[in-house]
Design a protein around this ligand. Structure first.
Ligand SMILES: C[S@@+](CC[C@H](N)C(=O)[O-])C[C@H]1O[C@@H](n2cnc3c(N)ncnc32)[C@H](O)[C@@H]1O
Length: 268
């Protein structure tokens, strides 16, 4: 794929060398078999968003997923949420991600966890989704829009690949009432150049202008703040502890909020 300079930077931010080895040693240290991990063994390393697998399950219930639901996980990272949707609910999930290393290691972890028939990976951009119109029942974004400045294009692309009546489930960090974060690094960006948060009203506006109708909008900032306060561990696949401390501080300063929401592509 042809990546823009920003997408290349995003890939460099997330795709660190030696990822597979670091994940394998973390699994071994936790007493799991790195060559045959369970989906649960992988939770500590593959849920690259706040509140871990609990947030994924909560969003899945909000979205009302069922066996056979065709899901596109946009910016799906290492595929943690995708494997949860497949193993817990029987969904068929394609993970689309601009970070090549995440797609490579994510596919390896999926095969090792025995889910290769339900979850696949595609290296590509959320701004040029490489699938035909109407191919999915559900689009899923969990902490994947923070590096994307052009939200209008992102949501237009998501609407395009949804079938009429299809839904978007999102769990995202947005700018707070006092503006966007000022402390860096953050988990998704070492510098402000990589961080593109809109406040909730502008996000809702972009969604609505893209033709997505809101079914639910829930502020989960307080729950996220409590999770960040109690969080002790760091992930081998993730950013340094300082980045999480800065996110917590940004929330306290009113410079970040967290929402989960469900939207629909209307049938007419
Ligand atoms: C914080 S991670 C979240 C990963 C995953 N959603 C999860 O919750 O485990 C953000 C992901 O968004 C991806 N991403 C950022 N910009 C993207 C773009 N323009 N197109 C596709 N993926 C993108 C990154 O590569 C990264 O994997």
């Amino acid at each position: 794929m042809n990546r823009t300079p920003l997408e290349r930077e995003v890939g460099e931010h997330y795709g660190r060398e030696g990822l597979e080895e670091r994940i394998s040693s973390a699994l071994r240290a936790a007493g799991a078999d790195p060559f045959a991990p369970s989906v649960e063994d992988l939770h500590a390393v593959d849920q690259l968003h706040t509140r871990g697998v609990r947030a994924t399950l909560e969003l899945a219930r909000l979205a009302g997923v069922a066996p056979g639901t065709r899901v596109l996980d946009v910016g799906g990272g290492l595929g943690g949420p995708a494997r949860t949707l497949a193993s817990e609910f029987g969904c068929r999930v394609v993970v689309l991600d601009v970070t090549e290393e995440f797609c490579r290691v994510g596919a390896l972890l999926t095969a090792r966890a025995g889910l290769g028939d339900l979850v696949s990976f595609r290296h590509g951009s959320a701004l040029e989704i490489p699938f035909p119109d109407g191919s999915f029942d559900l689009a899923w974004t969990q902490h994947s829009s923070m590096n994307i400045p052009d939200k209008s294009r992102l949501y237009r692309e998501i609407r395009r690949i949804l079938r009429p009546g299809g839904r978007l489930a999102m769990h995202e960090i947005l700018a707070g009432p006092s503006g966007p974060p000022r402390r860096f690094p953050l988990p998704w960006a070492k510098t402000p150049a990589l961080s593109h948060l809109l406040p909730p009203d502008q996000t809702r506006d972009a969604l609505s202008r893209a033709g997505l109708r809101e079914l639910a909008w829930q502020d989960v900032t307080r729950k996220t703040e409590a999770w960040l306060e109690s969080r002790q561990t760091t992930r081998p696949s993730g950013p340094p502890p300082e980045a999480f401390a800065n996110l917590l501080q940004s929330i306290r300063e009113g410079r970040a909020v967290v929402v989960q929401a469900l939207l629909e592509r209307p049938t007419s």
